[in-house]
Design a protein around this ligand. Structure first.
Ligand code: ADP
Length: 424
């Protein structure tokens, strides 16, 4: 067993051994840690090197670093290819060298760094300048680089030359533009053809309208001539054909006046002879001249008791009333009621001409006042006309600073309403 001293020494040795073991373990662990750290460091260096090589080799993108002031710190082969500078020429220079004069004056380069710092990134497409002064269309991404403490370290800048894409896009736009242009031309051609067709129809209708009175005129004058030759000159035998000649000549005169009016209105050559007129007088006058034309219709007139005075051209106002009344007669069956009503309404004279005739389909209403437009009701009922009466009415009302509108129910009737400013 040994002496107490020997036992004590033995214990101390054991203790020392244990401490030595733990020390060795600690050294092992430290060595292990150190090795791992060295390996990691190496791996990081290798990875950084690989990344550096990768960046350096990228040809399609200019990738480079800026310091916090915007000076260039690194340069890759893509940057050299796209911008034309070698690394030696450009490193240390300020990145604003790539911007156009206009952008420089606008303070764009520093503004982009401010945005990138505040928002983390700045991206745009725009013009940039190469070393040789030529421009290219660039897609630019600036990313702010912060360290672990959140301190700004600089910026990574990636620029891509989009000139080819831009060119392709412009080419596409050009193609699209020319397609649009072609389409426009096609539409214009179609419109022109339609106008030609409308004009042809109008000429046919005009010829037709002219032929009827001319045939009548020829017939009646030949009749008169024959009667003259026969010496048959009694008043009874002469009066009817002479009256017919006068009526047909008047019809022709009205027709030519209408055609002239249309072309004068089109050219803006119609000038009003304005004076104060009481619309009640005009209406009465037109109605008086209508008794024969409307002998198979029932005419009603509703007039206000006091004068309805406007500043207008008497003849043109008569023409407006005449055209509307003529249509009311033409487009309603015999026996149909036609009402003309005049009244004052909110500083305006309101004139309404209503009939209980064939009416107009809703699809036609928006075009009714267009030149040459005839609604489908005319073909259904085979009614002749030129499609310019309402155009003239509308233009004359407009010259009087008034408005015209229409309400209609097919097979029930139509009401035209005209509003003209009353004389103050
Ligand atoms: P048109 O010589 O054909 O009568 P307008 O310009 O006077 O020419 O009228 C244009 C078209 O409006 C007519 O063709 C007809 O279809 C329609 N229209 C005009 N007035 C009436 C009415 N009172 N009732 C029904 N249809 C009408």
């Amino acid at each position: 067993m040994g002496t107490p001293k020997e036992r004590h020494q033995q214990t101390e040795i054991e203790l020392l051994r244990a401490r030595l073991r733990s020390l060795r373990r600690a050294v092992d662990e430290t060595e292990d840690l150190l090795n791992r750290y060295i390996n990691a460091e190496q791996a990081l260096r290798e990875s950084e090197e690989r990344f550096r090589l990768l960046v350096a080799a990228v040809k399609d993108y200019a990738i480079f670093m800026l310091d916090i002031n915007g000076n260039i710190l690194s340069w890759n082969s893509g940057a050299q290819r796209i911008k034309g500078y070698t690394a030696n020429e450009i490193i240390g220079k300020h990145f604003s060298i790539f911007y156009t004069e206009e952008d420089l004056q606008d303070g764009k380069p520093p503004r982009e760094l401010v945005i990138a710092t505040e928002e983390g990134q700045y991206q745009e497409e725009g013009w940039r300048v190469r070393k040789d002064g030529t421009l290219f269309w660039a897609n630019v991404l600036i990313t702010a680089v912060f360290d672990e403490q959140g301190k700004l370290r600089g910026f990574a800048k990636v620029t891509r030359d989009m000139s080819d894409q831009k060119k392709a896009e412009e080419e596409r736009e050009r193609l699209h533009e020319s397609e649009v242009q072609l389409e426009r031309e096609r539409a214009a051609r179609q419109q022109a053809e339609l106008l030609l067709q409308v004009r042809d129809e109008f000429l046919m209708a005009t010829a037709h309208e002219l032929r009827t009175p001319i045939t009548a005129l020829v017939g009646y004058t030949e009749l008169l001539k024959r009667r003259l030759e026969l010496g048959n000159l009694s008043v009874e035998r002469m009066e009817r054909p002479i009256q017919a000649v006068i009526e047909q000549a008047q019809r022709l005169e009205r027709l030519t006046n209408t055609l002239l009016d249309m072309s004068w209105l089109e050219q803006g050559r119609v000038k009003l002879q304005r004076q104060a007129v009481d619309l009640r007088d005009i209406t009465q006058r037109v109605l008086d001249s209508f008794t024969l034309l409307a002998e198979h219709h029932q005419l009603n007139l509703i007039l206000p008791s006091s004068p309805l005075v406007i500043e207008g051209d008497e003849q043109r106002l008569e023409q407006i009333f005449y055209n509307l009344l003529q249509n009311a007669v033409k487009y309603s069956p015999n026996g149909g009621a036609i009402t003309i009503e005049l009244c004052a309404e909110k500083q305006q004279a309101l004139i309404q001409v209503s009939d209980s005739g064939i009416g107009i389909g809703a699809d036609d209403l928006p075009f009714l006042f267009d030149r040459f437009y005839r609604a489908t009701n005319v073909s259904q009922h085979q009614i002749n006309g030129l499609g310019i009466g309402l155009y003239i009415v509308k233009e004359l009302v407009t010259l009087h600073n008034g408005t015209i509108s229409v309400q209609s129910v097919p097979d029930h009737g139509t009401t035209f309403s005209i509003r003209l400013p009353l004389r103050p």
